[in-house]
Design a protein around this ligand. Sequence first.
Ligand SMILES: NC(=O)c1ccc[n+]([C@@H]2O[C@H](COP(=O)([O-])OP(=O)(O)OC[C@H]3O[C@@H](n4cnc5c(N)ncnc54)[C@H](OP(=O)(O)O)[C@@H]3O)[C@@H](O)[C@H]2O)c1
Length: 272
Amino acid sequence: MTDASGLRGKSVALIGAGNMGLALLEGWAAQDLLGAVSIVEPQPSQRLQELCAAQGYALNGAAAPCDAVVLAVKPQALDAGAAAAAPFVAGGAVVVSILAGKRIADLAARLPTQAVVRAMPNTPAAIGRGVTGAFASAATSAAQRGLSDALLSAVGGVEWVDDEALIDVVTAVSGSGPAYVFYFAECLAAAGAEAGLPAALAARLARATVEGAGELMRRQPETGPDELRRRVTSPGGTTAAALEVLEAPDGLAALMRRAVAAAKRRAGELSG
Ligand SMILES: NC(=O)c1ccc[n+]([C@@H]2O[C@H](COP(=O)([O-])OP(=O)(O)OC[C@H]3O[C@@H](n4cnc5c(N)ncnc54)[C@H](OP(=O)(O)O)[C@@H]3O)[C@@H](O)[C@H]2O)c1
């Protein structure tokens, strides 16, 4: 995670506190460094109300200029969300949008600032283990980018790209990526069942394997997945036999290339 002290004493408004907005809020609350926090949310959940009461966050109160405004409404609610954000932006705030498919130009056209960060988180953010790809407009200062980084880091890692078009690729890799991994676990379980295991047992084995392998990778950040793979692949052994299939010209690499290309293409179509 990035240096969390970038949050100390900063004032932030969150527009939309559904799944992703609430995850961010939980992350900020855990660090307990922010100054004033304001939330605009038409249908506050029980959890949101409890968190606001416990942390002294202002829920649906009066708007005042902030250092940063995080926009976390559904993309189709951009117009209303931007209108709700505007009074918090007035003093020169940076706006951090996590709206899928909404470009910097779409956002800046609706907001009284050009300092806009476009970010794409993923669902493990809900447990503080997400990864977010982000792009900052040219009008965003280094300090504003630092604050945006610290805010997004509350739910996992943050990776910056220097070309907005790459956000579509980020979407195709890490935004949609958790679903690929879940599907991998499903396919592994199905193959195990076909090979003779009881279906429920195959599902448990596949699930635990994905969980454990992910955790092993997390605990060895200096070791690439290729090296981890080699370490468990004895020449002529069982893993090698399976990898020969996966590494075939029409194997997993080719499939992933096509899957990521399809997601990237769709992200481009949905933008705007
Ligand atoms: N979930 C993910 O994995 C993920 C990943 C990457 C990006 N995103 C992006 O994150 C954004 C939020 O997704 P989500 O899953 O958190 O959606 P969500 O649970 O529907 O949350 C959006 C929240 O914003 C509220 N809202 C709607 N209009 C508003 C307004 N004018 N002012 C203030 N609040 C308003 C909604 O209230 P109502 O229920 O009353 O409409 C809802 O509580 C989306 O743009 C999505 O593309 C999500």
